[in-house]
Write a protein that binds this ligand. Sequence first.
Ligand code: AMP
Ligand code: MG
Length: 401
Amino acid sequence: MGHAHTTSARSVEDHAVRIDEMITRVWSARPPETVPLTDALGRVTHADIEALIDVPNFRNSQMDGYAVDAESVADVPVTLPVTGVLAAGDAGDERHRSGTARKIMTGAPVPEGADAVIPVEDTEVDGDGVRILGSRRSGEYVREQGSDIAAGSVVVPAGTTLGPRHLGALTAVGRSDVTVRPRLRVAVIATGAELVEAGSALGPGQLYDSNGLTLASSVVADGAVVTFRGRSTDTADEFSAMLSEAAENADVIITSGGVSMGDFEVVRDVLGPRGGTFTHVAMQPGGPQGWTDLDGTPVISFPGNPVSTLVSYLVFARPAIRRLSGLPDAGTTERIADETVRSLPGRRQFLRGRLTETGVVVSSGPGSHLVVSMAAADVLVDVPADTVEVPAGNSVRVWPL
Ligand code: AMP
Ligand code: MG
């Protein structure tokens, strides 16, 4: 174990709290939305939702068989005259007469006066009538109105993430739409004069913009929506115009690149004078970080190295976005270091690791440009700022990627 270094950098925890607050505040100002149930999968209910009708909404048969009154079948075998047949979908408004039977299908209304259904397996055709071989008590194989839920009762409580079973239940109780929490709307802007769109030819000094899709797909995986995606050069005018466009229908803007100490740091240059804070967080990768309240729209600025970008997202943005989306926290766990893990002093390090049967091993070098190597990792290995070595056999905290 090494020693803590004094540093003026902000702690990861402080920065995470700041970003979480910014995201939560704008999201909380959004009103709930009413959406058709057909679009509601994965949405989170805003309030308790009550049944509009009883379910079942009429007394019906649980079996294919014969509707009877239990008294008439107390002593079996007994033969009863059959007065007709009831199918699912029939109105079933004809009253049952004691001592008779009505052929009935599953789901068909049980006529008033009948109080049991004899399954067809327990009967034999007997001329024009039916021979009942097994007796049934009152209520057997009859689904009572409201036995699943009564109108006015709560079907799904507030805060439920709607799955297929909830959508089915809400449909059954007479709903066709539902009021849900808003989804965080996120704009993603990648900056860098060197960036080229996927699929186009690369010129000298150019590379593909991978951060844009990494960030946009992370946002979607965490239950929010991407309302804008842009790629800006390092020109202030272009980036400024893109910010304005992005802010039109986004709650939060995430940028990548342009926040370090170089000559062409467009994000810092444009947002610094507009109230942005650009600082160093005591972590590696992902040290340079920025945040701005851009006329009410939070802009969260990550450094451009692809590993730094993703680590920044996972550490600072994912927890809040998942919570607001109603998704469970991605969660960290403790694993045994199969091999000794080495780290720099003074900064919390997030190394890329691969899970093994017994624990975890560090899987790629420290370079924050190693975008492809990162794809082979399963987790981030989180080494505290004051730790320079985790000996093999000790445990380390890991974050899922
Ligand atoms: P920056 O933070 O703008 O100084 O960028 C740091 C490094 O990350 C540079 O090598 C960039 O080329 C690279 N980089 C920046 N943005 C992206 C991006 N969107 N996709 C891939 N690499 C990027
Ligand atoms: Mg750049």
